[in-house]
Write a protein that binds this ligand. Structure first.
Ligand code: 13P
Length: 253
């Protein structure tokens, strides 16, 4: 059976102090969630990773929001895998979030380069895929997702893919309050699993955690997580306040 995994993606929110307070407020609920078989993680900004790593309960998973694919060098403003590896208990990195694809021109080819570098360092990707509103309206969702999966997951090992998290985040549902229906989300997550099966076999595909993301809130999280191919959620806005993230998590018990 696949685990349920919820990640909060803070994007460019929370100072170090705010991040610290959040973690102290959350720690008990994270342990509670683990006892209910649900894993919880957060992806703070680079600035807060070390302080969160020091103060979090062991059960809270920690992710970075991005990483550079090069080992080191003249890449102003970027952060390398080796730098992330120095953060205690940092296990995951969000790759290819639609905001990075949209504002920083990240392509699936670039995401693949990042994930190939991560494989060597044993960091687990939370690889984001999803279509824009226009693509959704033109009925191009599956074509787009197929390209993002096939290009992004090229030349990785089966072992590595087994450990990955894929997040289906339709761009039109992010921060808009217009979440995809559970039927649409399930249909696309099932499609993603099938595409992974074509690349790496059904056994691997059956193990991959697939999350839905896009306006996931305390009152709708359960309908997604009860779908057969949806194993978790990637949460933006509702993960920013400890009270709302706690409510979202506890609504799953
Ligand atoms: P919202 O939950 O704010 O729609 O954001 C989703 C998201 O982009 C998570 O990565």
């Amino acid at each position: 059976m696949r685990k349920k995994v919820i990640f909060g993606n803070w994007k460019m929110n929370h100072t170090r102090n705010e991040a610290l307070n959040f973690v102290l407020e959350m720690n008990e609920e994270i342990k509670n969630a683990k006892n209910h078989g649900i894993l919880i993680g957060i992806a703070p900004t680079y600035m807060s990773l070390d302080i969160v790593a020091k103060k979090k309960t062991k059960s809270l998973l920690l992710a970075a929001q991005n990483v550079n694919e090069h080992e080191s060098g003249a890449y102003t403003g970027e952060v390398s895998i080796a730098m992330l590896k120095e953060i205690k208990n940092l296990t995951h990195v969000i790759i290819g979030h639609s905001e990075r694809r949209q504002y920083y021109n990240e392509t699936s080819v670039k995401c693949n380069e990042k994930m190939m570098a991560m494989e060597k360092a044993n960091l687990i990707p939370i690889y984001c895929v999803g279509e824009t509103l226009q693509q959704f309206e033109n009925d191009e969702t599956k074509e787009i997702i197929k390209e993002q999966i096939h290009q992004g997951l090229l030349n990785l090992s089966s072992d590595f893919v087994t450990k990955m998290i894929i997040a289906y985040e339709p761009v039109w549902s992010i921060g808009t309050g217009k979440n995809a229906s559970k039927e649409i989300a399930q249909d696309v997550c099932h499609f993603i699993r099938n595409e992974i099966a074509k690349l790496y076999g059904q056994k691997v595909a059956n193990k991959v955690i697939i999350q839905y993301g896009g306006s996931v809130k305390p009152n709708n999280v359960k309908e997604y997580l009860t779908q057969p191919d949806i194993d978790g959620a990637l949460v933006g806005g509702a993960s920013l306040k400890a009270s709302s993230f706690i409510e979202l998590i506890s609504n799953l018990y």
